[in-house]
Design a protein around this ligand. Structure first.
Ligand code: SF4
Ligand code: SF4
Length: 230
């Protein structure tokens, strides 16, 4: 009898056939995974699916999206199976209109408008000036302002769009630290998003573009240190 081909290398998830033997189904990954059991999530099962060539089944399943990408499974795996890589690749192979939740919409918005929630530039700058005025009037922060596009600042600060959108006062926590530390810092007037949903949705191209924007800001403004909010 001909041996059964286990997941030819042309498989979408690029899992080498040897994995079927390498993974000895010990379950260490599942034991350490914080979401094992959620909607029947089981990283050991996910790896068996990939190793046995059930690529599309894994891509269509909820496993890759329940995974938090924490990496505990891979760290604990005695066989060095790249579980995390498989999960993320499976996310990337899902049709974009079937990506669960709002993250793909956020990616599209970020590419078009410069932040995940589509906050217009004028509204953003108005908000920064308004919050800065409030702080200036508070005791302990005389002369405070938000330095926008300041060339030569030490620290380039990216922002989680959730803050200007829904929790603007949270930005002041950082600003108060900068003020007290006499830090030289700045934010960008455009493309300031610090949460890269391309990473979470498995969209490598978008991820690269969004990271590239931050690199461009750092170079243009000659900043030496980057602060990411997440
Ligand atoms: S820990 Fe590694 S070897 Fe064990 S079941 Fe998970 S993937 Fe397979
Ligand atoms: S990376 Fe995903 S599968 Fe692995 S332990 Fe974390 S949540 Fe579980």
């Amino acid at each position: 009898m001909e041996p059964i081909a286990v997941n030819p290398k042309a498989g979408k998830l690029k899992v080498a056939p040897e994995w079927a033997d390498v993974c000895f189904t010990c379950g260490t990954c599942a034991g350490g995974c914080p979401v094992t059991g959620v909607d029947r999530m089981d990283p050991r099962k996910a790896i068996r699916m990939a190793a046995l060539g059930l690529d599309q089944d894994l891509i269509d399943s909820r496993f890759p999206w329940i995974c938090t990408m924490c990496g505990r499974c891979e760290y604990a795996c005695p066989q060095g199976v790249e579980i995390l890589k498989v999960m993320r690749r499976a996310r990337g192979l899902r049709d974009r209109d079937k990506v669960p939740g709002p993250i793909h919409k956020g990616v599209v918005m970020c590419l078009e408008k410069g932040n995940n929630l589509g906050i217009p530039k004028d509204d953003f700058l108005f908000l920064l000036a308004d919050l800065a005025r409030e702080m200036d009037e508070e005791e302990g922060f005389p002369g405070f302002y938000v330095p926008v596009d300041k060339k030569g600042a030490n620290l380039f600060v990216t922002i989680n769009s959730k803050e200007p959108f829904g929790e603007p006062d949270d930005m002041k926590f950082w600003w108060k630290i900068f003020y007290a530390a006499r830090e030289s810092w700045t934010v960008a007037s455009e493309n300031w998003e610090g949460v890269n949903w391309g990473l979470f949705s498995g969209d490598d191209e978008a991820m690269k573009t969004i990271v590239g924007r931050i690199v461009d800001h750092m170079e243009r403004l000659e900043c030496s240190t980057l602060l990411l909010p997440e």
